[in-house]
Design a protein around this ligand. Structure first.
Ligand SMILES: C[C@H](O)[C@H](O)[C@H]1CNC2=NC(N)=NC(=O)C2=N1
Length: 96
């Protein structure tokens, strides 16, 4: 099983993920895309990346605003898989 990150490892990881917020045992990010179709297209790209990694975000969709919550359910908290997925989500965001 993937190991839970220590508090120091979480702090370290978050310095490289400035748009992400620690929320108890998960990290979250809200993004707002220009339109609903663009937001859904982005969700689709994240879904493909998540499926390839076999690691899946919780996604709340409100019109063109998306709220991502990452944690490793099987470990009960944050692991390197969440850090990797957060970076992947950041890298998939379309340019403004
Ligand atoms: C069998 C498979 O590896 C697991 O069910 C995966 C799938 N995606 C997952 N995603 C997340 N976020 N946490 C998990 O523990 C998890 N487990």
């Amino acid at each position: 099983m993937t190991e839970l990150l220590s508090n120091a490892e979480i702090d370290d990881a978050l310095t490289g993920l400035p748009e992400w917020t620690l929320d108890n045992r998960s990290i979250t990010r809200t993004v707002e895309l220009p339109t609903f179709p663009v937001a859904i297209e982005f969700v689709s790209r994240v879904a493909a990346a998540a499926e390839a990694a076999d690691h899946h975000p919780d996604i709340d969709i409100r019109w063109r605003k998306l709220h991502f919550t990452l944690s490793t359910h099987s470990a009960g908290g944050l692991t390197q898989k969440d850090v990797r997925l957060a970076h992947e989500i950041d890298s998939l965001l379309p340019d403004d």
